[in-house]
Design a protein. Structure first.
Lengths: 68, 210
């Protein structure tokens, strides 16, 4: 009975365009978080330009030639 | 506390800075290579323009390599390299990655005007909103919100107090949210709030996939 009461309360159709301000803010922040990670991961998932590895390789070579 | 006598034996995971063996150098190099994609992403978030960002990331990578003897093995190398990249960004204000900022904004606005007004736009809007933030707020939000760093780590990277990072992140979040809702940027006939709507639907779609 109590469950039912709760259910009917939460299932009450609220105005879809106006969620509670707290929920709305939370949803928006969640969305921003998802967007931020997406933006960041887009770049992380790009193939690394060869230049990076070339630069590192020649730096490593210089170290070896310097003799250790 | 009857802790172990630590004056003679350093903690096992952390090796003090100093000369490295070739095999330690090789390990360092491998880990550094693995971090390149993250350095590129962080650099892009700092300076916007992809080419300038790659210049910055390359400089930071090389700096990290040259400074490898001062890296404490066993500590967080990602945070360490991000710190180097960030210092590089702020210390060379006159470099191209700084100057290209304005041009990039213009380019992005132009893109917005002709682009499809669907999902990809949302990220562009977010990008623009990020661009409008002060550097300190943007980097804090990116490190914590996208880079996966804890507040404490972000504070170390940014060389400031944990509380400062927290307040920067929360100010940045509010500002981004406000910018996305008001649609403070010129859009081609797009109603205010569209950007937020498409980001929200994006978020729903993504969380459905997970």
């Amino acid at each position: 009975m109590i469950d039912r009461k709760h259910q009917s309360r939460s299932a009450k159709p609220g105005p879809a365009d106006a969620p509670r301000p707290d929920d709305e803010a939370r949803l928006r922040q969640q969305a921003i978080g998802v967007g931020l990670r997406q933006m960041f991961d887009q770049v992380v998932n790009e193939p690394v330009p060869d230049e990076f590895l070339d630069i590192l390789r020649s730096a490593d070579l210089r170290r070896k030639e310097a003799g250790e | 506390m009857s802790g172990p006598e630590s004056s003679a034996t350093p903690p096992p995971a952390v090796k003090p800075a100093g000369a490295r063996t070739p095999s330690e150098d090789a390990d360092f190099k491998r880990e550094l290579v693995g971090l390149i994609p993250h350095l590129r992403a962080f650099a892009r978030s700092l300076c916007g323009d992809p080419t300038a960002a790659d210049d910055l990331a390359q400089d930071a990578m090389l700096k990290a390599w040259d400074a490898r003897a001062s890296f404490q093995i066993g500590t967080n190398m990602k945070a360490w390299t991000f710190m180097i990249l960030r210092n590089q960004f702020y210390s060379e204000k006159r470099r191209s990655w700084r100057q290209s900022q304005l041009d990039q904004d213009v380019a992005e606005r132009t893109l917005l005007a002709v682009d499809d007004p669907e999902a990809p736009i949302a990220l562009d809007e977010l990008r623009l909103a990020l661009r409008s933030l002060p550097d300190e707020q943007r980097e804090a939000l990116v490190l914590v919100g996208a880079g996966g760093f804890a507040y404490e780590e972000a504070a170390e990277i940014c060389n400031c107090a944990v509380g400062t990072v927290k307040s920067r992140v929360s100010r940045a979040r509010r500002a981004v949210q406000a910018a996305l809702i008001s649609g403070g940027y010129e859009r081609d006939g797009g109603a205010a709030g569209d950007a937020m709507g498409s980001i929200l639907s994006d978020a729903e779609r993504l969380s459905g996939v997970r």
